[in-house]
Ligand binder design. Structure first.
Ligand code: SF4
Ligand code: SF4
Length: 419
């Protein structure tokens, strides 16, 4: 293990923050948006109305086009990676709405991840330490994630109000998921489940429901014990060194399986692009609802015990990054007693965006309140959300408003209808 003190100045002028194999600091790998990616943007501006930060500020610098212009200026040496550049990059949610609508197929998410590595050295020592601890030390370790989860309720009174509101109450569970679950009847194939870090810590019930539904539909489900955090949070926050390390580890843990089934939209979108991070690390990633829809259900969709109005929330990393829209709606729509309703402006980001709700509380709060208002207007008793970050954000927003709307994963409703 490397013992270089945090903040040590490196030969290239950057500061050390990460404990990486082979002394590889997180941002010193020379990551930057590539010229080819930058050149793909023709500055047409078609993405602007779809960008949440541009919509709320009206500022070109808070738009995808403005951010790409700033990245290009740095790349061409006409600007430096200073505080202003960092502000432009930090305010982005990496929701990839711009990427989804871009006629030139600009890979904005990949570019922003690279640009974030460029601003990491500008952060204060305290911020560097907290980010290193969370992104490079705790999340990659299952044991430390569990310890942090166990300590969170004790630490709750000392945490900032915004962070406190995001920690689900009483959701943490002990024990482990079964390593192998064999279906009754004929086996259609084997799938491996990503258990996730936040998902398994706070929303174990989603993993349990996923295993149960997959097995009920004829799939043998394995949960590899040597899997780790997918690395999405590290990648989105400028720690590409750690993200690559985690991608390599998961590529080994899931090697050889037919399908890697993922029930967290952010994790699935990130893992689907492992090949961009590490050559040869591509995995056959499938979102759990898309997988069930595309492979077909073996059992009847069933029915809920009583009439329930359910609003489906589109996580950006499902809708935008994986183009998942129809599949979960059709699965839920087939359930008896379940009335599916659309959230007005449902394609708008809820403001969760990984740790964005902590790092950019003002913008995140505005988006959260917009989303909460839209959900309440539907009259739904339940929101179906396929991403743990969104679920925490929606629970916090609905709690702040004092309305009794439950937030569950769509797979929990599918599971409940067939039990
Ligand atoms: S990112 Fe795409 S949509 Fe946006 S300005 Fe550039 S080319 Fe146009
Ligand atoms: S990723 Fe989202 S917030 Fe960032 S520029 Fe694109 S649309 Fe705007």
């Amino acid at each position: 293990m490397d013992t270089t003190p945090l903040g040590t100045e490196l030969p290239d002028g950057t500061r050390f923050i990460g404990l990486e194999d082979g002394w590889e600091p997180n941002w010193a790998a020379g990551d930057a948006p590539t010229q080819a990616d930058l050149n793909a943007c023709v500055a047409c501006g078609l993405c602007l109305p779809h960008c949440p930060t541009y919509r709320l500020t009206g500022e070109e610098s808070a738009s995808p086009r403005g951010r790409i212009t700033a990245m290009r200026a740095v790349q061409e040496g006409r600007a430096t990676t200073d505080e202003t550049f960092a502000e432009f990059m930090d305010l982005c949610l990496v929701c990839r709405a711009c990427e989804d609508v871009c006629p030139s197929h600009v890979p904005f998410g990949r570019m922003m991840e690279a640009a974030r590595t460029q601003i990491e050295p500008l952060r204060s020592r305290r911020a560097l330490f907290v980010r290193w601890l969370g992104l490079d030390v705790i999340l990659p370790s299952k044991t430390l994630t569990r310890v942090a989860g166990a300590l969170a309720p004790l630490a709750r009174p000392f945490l900032p109000r915004r962070v406190r509101s995001l920690i689900p109450r009483g959701a943490r569970v002990a024990g482990r998921l079964p390593r192998v679950t064999v279906p009754d009847g004929g086996i259609r194939g084997t799938v491996a489940l990503l258990s996730g870090c936040v998902q398994d810590l706070w929303f174990r019930r989603v993993n349990v429901a996923s295993i149960r539904v997959l097995a009920k539909n004829g799939w043998r489900v394995v949960v590899p014990t040597d899997q780790t955090c997918c690395g999405a949070l590290a990648a989105h926050n400028g720690h590409l060194g750690t993200a690559r390390k985690l991608a390599r580890k998961n590529a080994v843990a899931f090697a050889g399986v037919d399908h890697v089934v993922v029930n967290a939209a952010g994790c699935g979108a990130h893992m689907a692009n492992y090949g961009d991070l590490v050559e040869g690390a591509d995995l056959p990633v499938r979102d759990v609802t898309a997988f069930l829809h595309e492979e077909g259900l073996r059992v009847d969709a069933g029915s809920l015990p009583e009439h329930t109005i359910v609003a489906y929330h589109d996580a950006c990393h499902a809708l935008r990054a994986q183009r998942i829209h129809r599949q979960p709606r059709e699965l839920l729509g087939a359930i008896g007693n379940l009335e599916l309703v659309e959230i007005p402006n449902g394609d708008r980001c809820c403001g969760a965006a990984g740790i964005y709700n902590v790092t950019e509380p003002e913008m995140s709060g505005r988006l959260m309140r917009e989303k909460t208002e839209a959900i309440v207007s539907t009259g739904a008793a339940v929101v179906a959300s396929a991403n743990p970050g969104c679920t925490m954000q929606l629970l916090a927003g609905l709690g702040e408003r004092g309305v009794a709307v439950d937030v569950v994963h769509p797979i929990e409703l599918i599971d409940a209808a067939t039990r």
